[in-house]
Design a protein around this ligand. Structure first.
Ligand SMILES: C[S@@+](CC[C@H](N)C(=O)[O-])C[C@H]1O[C@@H](n2cnc3c(N)ncnc32)[C@H](O)[C@@H]1O
Length: 207
């Protein structure tokens, strides 16, 4: 695996600090579009998997009165970076950012109103397992949101259309878990779009 790619999957050390800055600027539009698409209820508990430098959680906490801002990332550097950022910038919400893996979430069932991931799902070794974990910690009626980037022309990171394939696969996995799935596309430029795959867990009365 090339070093740069490796750093994007698990930032570490001095190069990881640089990767954190690159993630911050390179994913800014995608993080903004993803947060704008969310509507957590007042006092909501939200969980992000693979939060990196914590940009999306920070934007969400600044624009919504949340009760709990939680996250899991397997990079110790990113956990420390995001904690520093959110320590003073989350309003009244409690903070619970942990080192851990997407495939093994250390939270009780049905704890969160919103569970999401931005530009991270494609990196997980066992995506089905991770989605099952995410659906498990989601409250009935809550939303699971995957934000997936899609390059429309030849780019440095992946072939055009790869994101669309990933999004379709994610939608199928969420349907298999019994979630109600909707797909949305946000076009940033002729070269780049964000694909939002939303799975809603049935509420208790609908079950
Ligand atoms: C490309 S970065 C995206 C970071 C941030 N969401 C953003 O959009 O700027 C992917 C992040 O997911 C984390 N990650 C990748 N695989 C993971 C896994 N299996 N479990 C937990 N975190 C993971 C990485 O450490 C990294 O912080």
């Amino acid at each position: 695996m090339r070093p740069r790619r490796h750093q994007a999957v698990k930032p570490r050390g001095a190069l990881g600090v640089v990767m954190g800055w690159l993630l911050e600027s390179g994913n800014a539009l995608q993080n903004r579009a993803t947060v704008d698409a969310m509507d957590p209820p007042p006092g909501a508990a939200v969980l992000e998997i693979g939060f990196g430098p914590g940009h999306a959680l920070s934007m969400l906490a600044k624009t919504h009165p949340l009760g709990l801002v939680a996250g899991i990332d397997h990079s110790d550097l990113m956990v420390r970076t995001a904690r520093r950022r959110l320590d003073g910038g989350r309003g009244d919400a409690a903070l619970d950012l942990r080192l851990g893996d997407a495939g093994d979430l250390p939270f009780p069932d049905e704890k969160f109103d919103v569970v999401f991931a931005v530009n991270s799902f494609h990196q997980w070794p066992d995506r089905e397992r991770a989605l099952a974990e995410m659906a498990g910690v989601l409250k009935p009626g809550g939303d699971l949101l995957l934000s997936i980037r899609d390059f429309r022309s030849a780019g440095r990171f992946e072939p055009p259309g790869r994101g669309a394939e990933t999004a379709r696969a994610a939608a199928d996995m969420l349907k298999a878990l019994g979630l109600q799935v909707r797909l949305r596309e946000i076009v940033h430029s002729p070269a780049r779009a964000t694909l939002l795959v939303r799975g809603r867990k049935c509420g208790r009365t609908e079950a």
